[in-house]
Design a protein around this ligand. Sequence first.
Ligand SMILES: Nc1ncnc2c1ncn2[C@@H]1O[C@H](COP(=O)(O)OP(=O)(O)OP(=O)(O)O)[C@@H](O)[C@H]1O
Ligand SMILES: Nc1ncnc2c1ncn2[C@@H]1O[C@H](COP(=O)(O)OP(=O)(O)OP(=O)(O)O)[C@@H](O)[C@H]1O
Ligand SMILES: [Mg+2]
Ligand SMILES: [Mg+2]
Lengths: 257, 257
Amino acid sequence: MAAVAIVNQKGGVGKTTVALGLASAAWSRRRPSLVIDLDPQGNATTGLGVWDPAAGADEALAADRPGAVAELSVLSGWPDGDGNPPRVVPATDALTARESQLLADPIGAQDRLRIALSGAGEPLVIIDCPPSLGLLTVNGLFAADRVLVVTEPGAWASDGVGRILAAIERISARRPQALSVAGVVVNRLGRTRDARYWYEQLRSDHGELVLPPVRLRTALAEAAARSAPIHSLAPRSGAAEAAEDLDRIYDLVVGPE
Amino acid sequence: MAAVAIVNQKGGVGKTTVALGLASAAWSRRRPSLVIDLDPQGNATTGLGVWDPAAGADEALAADRPGAVAELSVLSGWPDGDGNPPRVVPATDALTARESQLLADPIGAQDRLRIALSGAGEPLVIIDCPPSLGLLTVNGLFAADRVLVVTEPGAWASDGVGRILAAIERISARRPQALSVAGVVVNRLGRTRDARYWYEQLRSDHGELVLPPVRLRTALAEAAARSAPIHSLAPRSGAAEAAEDLDRIYDLVVGPE
Ligand SMILES: Nc1ncnc2c1ncn2[C@@H]1O[C@H](COP(=O)(O)OP(=O)(O)OP(=O)(O)O)[C@@H](O)[C@H]1O
Ligand SMILES: Nc1ncnc2c1ncn2[C@@H]1O[C@H](COP(=O)(O)OP(=O)(O)OP(=O)(O)O)[C@@H](O)[C@H]1O
Ligand SMILES: [Mg+2]
Ligand SMILES: [Mg+2]
């Protein structure tokens, strides 16, 4: 099983968009996947076409026992085609209060998701995290085997990349197996001089870690609004290019097959 | 004293940009203001030209006594001109851990900032909040007398407006004086059909609450990168229009004079 956490405490950089883009790449290759939505906003949940779920990530964290994820995952609303629509462990409002409850547990607060995840059958797990470095994101980082930092070409987003990489380092040191950084994806790359400047800045700051960019494309916002996989919009202009950007990230982060 | 909290748990919608835009509007009118940065990312702090502050919002929350804000505020790095550059209570990394420490205090966790703020001399206080509904944002909402919700024209940002308004309602009911909602600002309004659609959607959902929009303008990202007030870039194309958008919000939220 490959499990990738998508993180950045900076808000709005495209974590959920990239998480669903990877799920869409898997869907287009008919590979089964499981998305875990750790963000109380639930954008990955609605982006996968699941509305008002009864239970999900909150219960998985509360359970503190192996197999809870498998029991709580549901089929997404993405088209079946002749393949495997992703499954999802949805976010519910209750998740907002979970973080403070976990804090009160001196024995096991960080590894609840890792425990709940054991026994899940999908070969690919994608964990979408909220814009913070609290216990929800920390649970994602203890459960994953690799982490993808998503950022955008701008001053404040660039400032934050060093901080999230430092937090990843601290967590990796505390785990039995190290947490590998799959890379830094610069998302929403437009054609402005500013965007070019910040993209080059990130490449000079983080070198090899910087993966090929995901360009700014309205098709991605449209896919979000329609709760559809970006690959299903592909014949339309912009969608095919967006799908290609995400296929490239999928190959580098998950592996070609 | 007018104190406005800038909120939305959705990340990247432009909370900090609008917060600094209001401070810039005050600066251009030579009116003194104080910005309180409750976001551990510290984008309002660096946007105001303050780098590596020794102390700030974390200490103000820890102090739990009146006058702490006045003692901890520092002058921003914005140009002096012949007016009043804003003062700021900066964010430091320590703020990340403060939220969980406040949780452990059964007596006073939500109103620390309100207490610390009493005695501050500026006629206008602008509180920038992180993308979450935890105790940092809650402290901002207990300290302010009015709240401005910033959102952007998109599916997921629109989803979240109802939720933040509900949280504001719950807090308002627990305060001696009600917390007034100054409005909902749709920020980053571009010229695409999608943007138009979501802007109309928000107006039909929230009616009178929706204020005139702040348009998508690269000048605002430039001001952030230069740690400069948008009004100081104003002769340049785009900056004057951005400054006007923010002047309009200032008049509606703070009052003309
Ligand atoms: N490459 C892109 N091109 C165009 N629009 C994009 C792109 N990536 C993201 N978006 C849009 O930008 C907005 C923010 O993206 P998204 O919600 O995925 O970010 P996030 O990091 O998950 O936010 P949060 O911090 O709130 O979780 C969304 O409306 C999304 O549709
Ligand atoms: N109206 C606008 N036009 C162009 N760029 C904008 C506009 N508003 C914000 N931006 C840019 O968009 C990015 C996100 O804005 P900002 O950081 O202010 O959002 P935020 O809600 O404070 O984010 P967070 O949730 O991380 O605190 C920044 O790079 C900012 O410069
Ligand atoms: Mg998200
Ligand atoms: Mg901000």
